[in-house]
Write a protein that binds this ligand. Structure first.
Ligand SMILES: [Fe+2]
Ligand SMILES: [Fe+2]
Length: 340
């Protein structure tokens, strides 16, 4: 497989109990320049498919102890991309249309048919995979552009309010450490870190007279600042690409007791990752110096978090956060000292 999504030689795996038939098919496909691996039983074939990327799977429908449709079901759990051709010896032993659709089986080959039909199926399989990879790479580029756009927004606010940029970097670093401590999976970690980077982007919609004000804010000004999570949620609802991070950003100022904003969500109704972000965000606010308050030590910040556990913060997560900070005290200090 080459990098430009054009497949010259497909990697094909065949599973069939009928060794002779499998050898015939394998030789024909090799003649067309494809790389072929053959397996007489499904268990080791599935292990091989997990370990190495294949383009096309040819699997016999009727096998023991596991039938081809069950094999496909297992393969689809970890590989949604592979092009699957189900094979059968007899016309009357074909899988149902429902089975074909449910398991995303793209083609069916009757072994009594001419082999040139199989070659045509393999060629359309290769075209299908090439298209799929092209679409995937276009989407990846689009994802990239949109996150660049979000970064431009953050840089724009940072240009006038340096604190927001540095604070976002530090919060993202605390989130990275806390995600590791919580053993979050890769997707949740990625969503958390993106949300952390951009959680205060909504401040772009706050007038400078309020955003940059030195000293304490009036109640009215504070109400204006409180709009920033909704402004960010509106900005990021331009694309589905942000759909998993919007609820985290929108609710990073909700409180566990339901007295937060903007939606006064309570307890576990607040998205889990928003509760995680809220701890990291508040921790940074406490240890940072602002025009209206002095910075506080890490231990003093942890005491404050303990005091607000169950009211502002999810008590279970607050306990874990305190342990996580104490376990990573040197890293946390260096994030504070180096601004991220
Ligand atoms: Fe915020
Ligand atoms: Fe923040």
């Amino acid at each position: 497989m080459s990098n430009d999504e054009t497949i010259k030689n497909a990697k094909i795996l065949i599973i069939d109990e009928d060794v002779n038939m499998m050898e015939i098919i394998s030789e024909i496909l090799k003649g067309y320049g494809h790389t072929v691996s053959t397996f007489t039983e499904p268990v080791s074939a599935i292990e091989e498919l997990k370990a190495n990327k294949y383009d096309i799977l040819l699997v016999n429908y009727l096998m023991s102890p596991v039938n081809g449709d069950r094999v496909v079901e297992l393969v689809r759990e970890f590989d949604k991309e592979i092009y699957i051709i189900l094979m059968s010896m007899h016309k009357d032993l074909t899988p149902s249309i429902e089975t074909m659709q449910t398991l995303d089986i793209q083609a069916y080959f009757e072994k009594s048919s001419r082999f040139d039909q199989l070659i045509i199926m393999i060629q359309s399989g290769i075209k299908y995979i090439e298209q799929l990879r092209k679409v995937k790479s276009i989407n990846l580029k689009l994802d990239h552009y949109l996150f660049d756009f979000a970064q431009i927004l953050l840089n724009t606010i940072t240009a006038k309010d340096n604190y927001t940029g540095e604070h976002s970097k530090r919060v993202t670093s605390y989130c990275r450490l806390f995600a590791k401590f919580l053993e979050l999976d890769d997707i949740s970690t990625d969503n958390l870190l993106k949300a952390a980077s951009f959680h205060d982007v909504g401040k772009i919609g706050i007038p400078d007279s309020v955003l940059l004000k030195e000293g304490k804010l009036t109640d009215e000004e504070y109400d204006t600042i409180k709009l920033h999570p909704v402004i960010a949620a509106n900005i990021f609802s331009v694309s589905d690409i942000f759909k998993d991070i919007v609820p985290i950003i929108k609710h990073h100022h909700e409180r566990y007791d339901g007295n937060g904003y903007p939606d006064k969500l309570k307890g576990e109704n607040i998205e889990y990752l928003a509760r995680v972000l809220s701890l990291c965000d508040s921790f940074d606010a406490i240890v940072s110096r602002r025009s209206y308050k002095d910075e506080r030590s890490i231990q003093s910040a942890l005491e404050e978090i303990k005091r607000c556990s169950g009211t502002q913060f999810d008590p279970n997560l607050a306990d874990k956060f305190i342990v996580s900070v104490n376990n990573n005290i040197n890293d946390i200090q260096s994030i504070i000292d180096n601004n991220g």
